[in-house]
Design a protein around this ligand. Structure first.
Ligand SMILES: [Zn+2]
Length: 64
């Protein structure tokens, strides 16, 4: 809710599924959103940043 960016969280495992900070989900066939030339979140309009989870054992993206 803070800041002007919307992080899209993806798996490094080759998953096509991305979860966005604004609580939407998106499936990309072609790499990262940046690879597809996406600069803004298509849901909330904020600047899109990608956050690829590389450590599967540290599955703690629900901090509050
Ligand atoms: Zn968003």
């Amino acid at each position: 809710m803070t800041g002007k960016t919307c992080a899209w969280h993806g798996d490094a495992d080759g998953s096509d599924h991305w979860d966005t900070d604004c609580h939407n989900a998106f499936v990309l066939n072609d790499g990262t959103p940046a690879d597809s030339g996406m600069k803004f979140c298509c849901y909330c309009g904020r600047t899109l940043v990608t956050d690829v989870v590389t450590d599967k054992d540290d599955d703690d993206d629900n901090q509050d």
